[in-house]
Design a protein around this ligand. Structure first.
Ligand SMILES: [Zn+2]
Length: 322
């Protein structure tokens, strides 16, 4: 035993702990029992959570099935497309209905008059609108940036000529939700959505992902993408949620580069000043953040100008031989 130190509490001078009591095994058994009960409780909670999630999805899907036949087909296909990942999330099943900038692009028949506020009453148009002829059709082809450049050089803007471009993002789906980008089936679903569900005459002109540039609404006619600018601008939708997803690395960077390439081509072919590019959130009739805070307009414009400069310099390289 240690000698007591003056001024220090006597408890510092305790003897070694006593030997464990003979009932030492009892706490271990209790612990194991508690452990087992806890584990069972936990797995039951997990099951309940899964059931709840599944129920939520089913409700969502049922609600969605109340739309039109085409919409039903679209969503069924959409769910099937998520095969292998279990029930897709409600957010995913809702797309493109829940895609922010798509749902608020407005019906071009209401423009430029402001009789209909842009955020109201246009998502599921009246019957006569849904069945109204006049759908402008889609091109439905995908291009690499070089192919897109060649393609645009074959076009003629006789009936309609855009003055600038407007940049959007899909938000939903995000890049994470489309690990392989947009497929032909997605594009086909989108046509059904804009034409039959929305009852619009057109959609955006481009859907750009990390692999390709999809031409949707023909570039030579006006599209439907931003309430204020449908009549005067080309609309380009970038796949991704750029409130959250990176626009300067990974797949977001690929989308960015494809977008810059497409915009450089359109500016060159149409003689558009690249400084005139708009982003959807600048539309005074729009209240949301499309194309996301990670998309900085001036940076994109600068990159478009840089690329146009590089391409132009490339053309000049051949000239000395002429
Ligand atoms: Zn938008």
């Amino acid at each position: 035993m240690l000698a007591a130190i003056p001024g220090m509490p006597a408890t510092l001078a305790l003897p070694a702990p006593p030997a464990p009591p003979t009932g030492q095994r009892q706490p271990k058994l209790l612990n194991r029992l508690v452990e087992a009960l806890r584990s069972r409780h936990s797995s039951r909670r997990t099951e309940q959570a899964h059931l709840h999630e599944a129920g939520s999805d089913i409700r969502t899907i049922r609600e969605l099935l109340g739309y039109t036949n085409v919409s039903t087909t679209m969503i069924s296909t959409h769910v099937l497309n998520n095969g292998g990942h279990g029930v897709c999330s409600p957010v995913d099943a809702l797309w493109p209905d829940s895609a922010i900038c798509i749902s608020r692009a407005g019906n071009e028949r209401t423009e430029p008059a402001k009789a209909d506020p842009p955020d109201q009453g246009k998502r599921f148009g009246r019957k006569e609108e849904r069945e109204m002829p006049g759908w402008k059709g889609i091109v439905g082809r995908s291009f690499t940036p070089d192919e897109f450049d060649s393609y645009c050089h074959t076009l003629q803007w006789n009936a309609w000529r855009p003055s600038f471009t407007v940049l959007h993002n899909t938000a939903v789906p995000s890049l994470a939700q489309r690990p392989n980008g947009l497929t032909p089936q997605h594009i086909q679903n989108l046509e059904g959505f804009y034409r039959d569900t929305q009852g619009w005459k057109a959609g955006p002109h481009l859907f750009i992902d990390d692999k390709q540039i999809w031409v949707f609404t023909p570039l030579t006619v006006s599209g439907t993408h931003s309430p204020s600018w449908n009549k005067v601008a080309l609309g380009a939708e970038m796949l991704g949620d750029y409130e959250k997803e990176a626009f300067d690395s990974g797949r977001g960077l690929q989308v960015r580069q494809n977008t810059v390439a497409a915009l450089a081509t359109l500016c060159a072919v149409l003689g558009i000043d690249s400084n005139l590019m708009h982003i959807h959130r600048e539309d005074p009739l729009t209240t949301h953040a499309c194309p996301g805070k990670n998309v900085r307009k001036l940076e994109v414009i600068q990159e478009v100008q840089d690329l146009m400069g590089e391409r132009h310099a490339g053309e000049h390289l051949i000239q000395p031989n002429a």
